[in-house]
Design a protein around this ligand. Structure first.
Ligand code: SF4
Length: 886
């Protein structure tokens, strides 16, 4: 063991502090940092499993050109020469960068400066466009700046918390834990506004399962209601904001009363009335919102509808109040700060401001500053498809999976003369399409800063050696800049130097006119940067310890320092459902997965809770469409298709479906949900719509299903449906196909390793089974069966931990039943303590467990990170119901 290092979790925008203690063998033990103000020692299941994701499996460790290993000198020369040639022959707009909220702020700053100041193009956008661009647009419309007004403490200080478009329990679990901990000490009401019943709804006061996309109408209805009650002090609001009268009038036109609002939102009038009443009764209201608001063709309007309510009632800038955008990625905020969105310049300065252009040009000594906003992500890839962009450099993101119409994105990448990627991973659908591959450092190896959702800058520190030839992203881009002739301007000797320049730019000619100001850190020495404690910007001479809240002084960052309320009406849905595509598909996250699985996909405890792509539908739709729970279903939109396992649940409203975003071609045959998404975007923010995709669902009948467990990851799985998940010391493949089971056996047996083979054949029952034993231990197990049969395989997975199988275990493998080997615990609920659903339900019924605490005492479930507590509560309710009914 070596020294413990304080760092920051690389997953969601909560930005939890992590203590990492390397084991000297490439791994590390992970714990929550008790001193970090985002989490005070807590971690969710993803954070606590970080130590299980550090292996070198799937890593890109050497530069490659055209699929062949190259030296760094060859790769960097090749990149810079290609950029130089493209500029000479086609102009600077033939080059583009596509960046990522996974990058550290320092790694983000350098390509933004190179592209906008030195190459002279605005062709630079980021995957944060898919995550929170609508919040940026809404903030700027209301405040004149991209400012998150509050802090996490406000969630605990509020009397009413509204979660809208946010499954906080799964997507920002530690904030959910903080909210639940505060609720245990005092009465904080919680309202969830979400078309789905999610884990965040458990134990709340009201759930409004509104029609997808009707949020603007609901918040218009709320604003109109508050005005009718006399809770909008127009005179006071007019002191600091414009547009109050027009906005309230527009709200009254759009949603004049409870009945109309309820009808337009697909809600019960009583529920809408209760929502209005609760907001009216409580002054301390925080509205938390996330991707359910942002990822919409009316995302910016939804954000402003929320902010309108807070501005009109003065519930902003004070403890326990405010609109609060929760970012999805660990450094979406850092990307916004450096200006790495196509419509931003740098350090929260805009292209539309001539003074800002001049200021940035002088600061950077930029020879050819881009002078206008560039194409946002979807438009940028349209330019790639049209051949206008000839050199595309993608850093730390996977657009071949994550952008809407991902099939078309793949075609664009194929057609692009040169795709360069910088990535830590070789396993990535996008990396497959690149001609030049540059190995970047991963979490644990890189060094810099990230900013979380409450504007808190934290250090990500390296605690592992740099593997292979992987290098920091800032170094890779700076080396290319040097080769392009800009060595002096990119002569950084480490991330501290970049951070100082970034901080200095934020304070350059600022004088309080811009919200983002790190001038207090512009001269921070290397040692102090290394030791930097988490701090909320702005950090200035007047506020050296940072700043908790904005707007207490009612001074905003518009030219007249007044906030703007925005009159709103509901926008027409870009692509409504119709007869051919009658179901509205919403996409989102699984609790234990992250983005495109190349990190969480390595951890058995994160993976086995949801090992296959699923689509959830309401029982009424399942019956009408002849879809079987647990069967396979094809989802088809006008733009693409996918296959997933069906889950029938009351949590889903009739007429809607939900599918997670994570699966890609490295983990499944055909399950990229964003292939189905349409290209329409929010007109202001350019953010695509991932919450309202018209689809049809068709059952898929297959002749056989199979499960294959193998110690090493199988390659070349040949089946129309397959999904792969990592288990403890093995990989697990789920497959289905057509033809006879004998043909399936021939097909899948080619994947098996060599060793002693035990085989079972039942041609009549169409069951075939094979176990491969090598040196007395289990090397692989294959089971082929008719599609209707359910199969538990966790007990087989557990046998991979054994050095030598007993005769009884060998028999169980052949028979295909756990028998005395183990008892079926069902799908994992508590990933920390590996406790399954069946085991929990049995204990609740048998031992009359009455609450989550009792489950924790009996089984340990819920006593780790706490992410499963909402599910435990649901199981308590369900199991009790069964008992009562019995
Ligand atoms: Fe990481 Fe979980 Fe904290 Fe998010 S809530 S930063 S995923 S530990």
């Amino acid at each position: 063991m070596t020294d413990t290092v304080r760092t920051t979790c690389p997953y969601c925008g909560v930005g939890c502090g992590v203590l990492a203690t390397p084991d000297g063998k490439g791994g590390a033990t992970i714990a929550g940092d008790p001193d970090h103000p985002a989490n005070y020692g807590r971690l969710c299941v993803k954070g606590s499993a970080l130590g299980e994701t550090l292996s070198m499996e799937g890593r890109l460790l050497h530069p490659e050109i055209g699929g062949r290993q190259a030296s760094w000198a060859q790769a960097l020369d090749s990149v810079s020469e290609s950029i130089r040639t493209a500029i000479a022959e086609h102009g600077p707009n033939s080059v583009a960068f596509y960046l990522s909220g996974q990058l550290l702020t320092e790694d983000y700053y350098v390509p933004n400066k190179l592209m906008k100041g030195f190459i002279g193009s605005n062709n630079l956008d980021t995957n944060s466009r898919l995550c929170m661009a609508s919040s940026v647009a809404g903030h700027r419309r209301a405040f004149g700046s991209d400012t998150v007004p509050g802090c996490y403490e406000d969630i605990e200080l509020a009397d009413l918390v509204i979660l809208t478009g946010s499954n906080l329990a799964w997507c920002h679990p530690v904030l959910h834990q903080r909210l639940e901990a505060a609720r245990a000490t005092r009465n904080i009401k919680v309202i969830v506004i979400d078309p789905r019943r999610t884990a965040s709804c458990v134990g709340t006061d009201l759930h409004l399962a509104l029609t997808p996309g009707s949020d603007v109408t609901l918040f218009n209805g709320l604003l109109a209601d508050l005005d009718r009650r006399g809770l909008i002090d127009r005179e006071a609001v007019e002191d600091y904001a414009d547009g109050v009268a027009e906005t309230v009038a527009a709200a009254k036109r759009a949603a004049p009363d409870v009945q109309t609002t309820a009808k337009l939102c697909g809600l019960a009038p009583g529920d809408v009335a209760q929502f209005f009443e609760l907001v009216a009764q409580h002054e301390k209201v925080v509205t938390l919102y996330s991707q359910g608001v942002n990822q919409s063709t009316s995302g910016s309007d939804k954000v402003n509808a929320i902010i309108n309510v807070h501005l009109a009632t003065g519930r902003i800038g004070r403890p326990g109040m405010g609109p609060f955008s929760l970012t999805g990625q660990p450094n979406a905020m850092g990307g916004r700060e450096v200006g790495a969105l196509a419509n931003q310049l740098a350090a929260h300065m805009d292209y539309g401001d001539a003074g800002a252009l001049d200021r940035v040009r002088r600061f950077w000594k930029a020879p050819s500053l881009a002078t206008g906003a560039g194409p946002k992500a979807v438009q940028l890839f349209e330019r790639v498809a049209r051949g206008e962009i000839r050199v595309l450099w993608i850093m730390a993101t996977n657009p071949a999976v994550s952008l809407p119409r991902s099939d078309a994105i793949r075609q664009a990448l194929e057609a692009c003369p040169l795709v360069i990627v910088s990535d830590a991973m070789r396993w990535s659908d996008t990396v497959e399409h690149a001609y030049i591959r540059l190995p970047a450092l991963a979490w644990g190896e890189k060094d810099g800063t990230v900013t979380n959702s409450e504007r808190r800058i934290s250090r990500q520190r390296s605690f592992l050696p740099q593997p292979g030839e992987a290098r920091p992203d800032w170094w890779i881009v700076s080396e290319v800049a040097r080769r392009l002739g800009f060595g002096d301007e990119f002569a950084y000797d480490g991330p501290a130097a970049i951070f100082r320049e970034h901080a200095a730019l934020s304070g350059f000619e600022n004088d309080g006119s811009r919200d983002f100001d790190l001038s207090g850190l512009a001269t921070v020495p290397d040692q102090a940067y290394d030791a930097l404690a988490p701090v909320q910007w702005p950090v200035t001479a007047a506020a050296p310890e940072g700043t908790k809240r904005f707007f207490a002084d009612r001074r905003f960052f518009t030219s007249d320092h007044r906030a703007k309320l925005v009159p709103l009406a509901a926008r027409k849905v870009a692509h409504p459902v119709d007869r051919d595509y009658p179901i509205t598909l919403l996409t989102g996250r699984e609790r234990d997965h992250w983005h495109t699985l190349n990190r969480t996909g390595k951890s058995a405890r994160l993976t086995l809770r949801a090992p296959e792509p699923v689509v959830a539908v309401n029982p009424a739709d399942a019956q009408r469409l002849h879809l079987d729970d647990g069967g396979l279903v094809k989802l088809q939109s006008r733009w693409g298709g996918m296959i997933a396992r069906l889950r029938v649940t009351d949590d889903q409203n009739p007429g809607t479906a939900f599918a997670p975003m994570h699966w890609n071609d490295h983990f499944s045959a055909y399950a990229r949900v964003n292939a189905l998404a349409h290209p329409a975007v929010d007109p202001l923010s350019g953010q695509p719509e991932f919450k309202s995709i018209p689809v049809r669902l068709v059952p898929i009948k297959r002749d056989w299903e199979a499960v294959l467990l193998m110690r090493s990851r199988p390659v070349g799985i040949d089946a129309p449906y397959w999904a792969i998940a990592s288990g403890a010391e093995h990989w697990r493949v789920f497959a289905a196909g057509d033809g006879t089971p004998e043909q399936a056996l021939d097909q899948l047996s080619t994947l098996l390793p060599t060793g002693n083979s035990l085989s079972f054949r039942d041609p009549v029952g169409k069951r075939f089974r094979s176990a491969v034993i090598a040196d007395g231990a289990l090397a692989a197990w294959l089971d082929i069966r008719p599609p209707s049969m359910q199969l538990d395989t966790d007990w087989v997975g557990a046998l991979f931990a054994k050095d030598r199988l007993s005769p009884e275990e060998r028999r169980a493998l052949l028979v295909g039943r756990a028998g005395a080997v183990t008892v079926d615990d069902g799908p994992i609920v508590c990933a920390c303590h590996h406790v399954g659903r069946s085991k929990i339900c049995r204990a609740i019924a048998k031992d009359s467990l009455a609450d989550v605490r009792a489950i924790g005492v009996a089984l340990g479930a819920g006593t780790g990170c706490g992410s499963c507590i909402p599910e435990l509560r649901s199981l308590l309710a369900e199991t009790t119901k069964v008992e009562v009914a019995a």
